[in-house]
Design a protein around this ligand. Structure first.
Ligand code: SF4
Length: 218
């Protein structure tokens, strides 16, 4: 397993590779970010960004979205996977924002996770990107990169990956680390074809060394 120091070194190197790593869901405020993250489950950020401008232009507030005709919300997001359920969730989410939170997006994980369509990962993205609250959202890229680099156990659940990262990284870099790992996973350590040859982390990556047939010290 990668030590605390090596894990922090890996995140620092990812930062050198992707100094501009950031959340890629286009939004103008915490409400739009919340809705965009709900829509991004099992979908790409690029796909969500294509649909949200029309959605947010028509329904820019929780009030407007809560009152929107379901069919029209579905039509506006129909290019996104699972759009039927997502349309219901974002309408219900907008209604709960009005009913329980005075029309604003709550600032705690517990409250965020009460909203329809919001799980721990979504809540963590909103906490970090909308409010600057330290949190690490574990998506497919963060999980894959953490396991390939042996930051966590191969058998770790998503929650265990998050907990291990929180233990090994200082709180002050959780949000940046999450963005760096996503960029690194999305553009470098790809699921099917990681660019191991030439990877600046190869020297500490057993997975990459194995892929390239490099003999590992016992
Ligand atoms: Fe990913 Fe390969 Fe780099 Fe390891 S060496 S981190 S598997 S790209």
């Amino acid at each position: 397993m990668l030590s605390k120091a090596k894990t922090q070194e890996a995140i620092r190197i990812m930062g050198e590779m992707f100094p501009d790593a950031h959340g890629e869901l286009v939004h103008r405020n915490s409400f739009e970010l919340l809705i965009a993250v709900i829509l991004s489950a099992q979908a790409t950020d690029v796909g969500v960004n294509k649909a949200t401008p029309a959605l947010f232009a028509a329904y820019p507030t929780p009030e407007a979205l809560a009152q929107a005709p379901l069919e029209d919300v579905m039509a506006k997001i129909k290019t996104i996977g699972l759009y039927r359920n997502k349309a219901k969730n974002i309408k219900n989410c907008a209604q709960m924002l009005l009913d329980d939170f005075g029309g604003t997006v709550p600032h705690t994980r517990e409250e965020l996770m009460r909203l329809p369509g919001v799980g721990r990962k979504t809540a963590n993205v909103v906490l970090g990107d909308a409010f600057g609250v330290p949190a690490i959202a574990v998506d497919t890229h963060v999980e894959r990169v953490s396991k390939r680099l042996r930051i966590c156990k191969q058998s770790a659940s998503v929650l265990e990956v998050e907990e291990t990262l929180m233990k090994k990284l200082p709180e002050s870099i959780w949000v940046d680390a999450h963005h760096r790992m996503i960029f690194f996973g999305r553009y470098y350590c790809l699921a099917r074809a990681p660019k191991c040859e030439g990877c600046p982390l190869l020297y500490m990556c057993q997975d990459g060394q194995k892929r390239l047939g490099i003999k590992q010290a016992k």
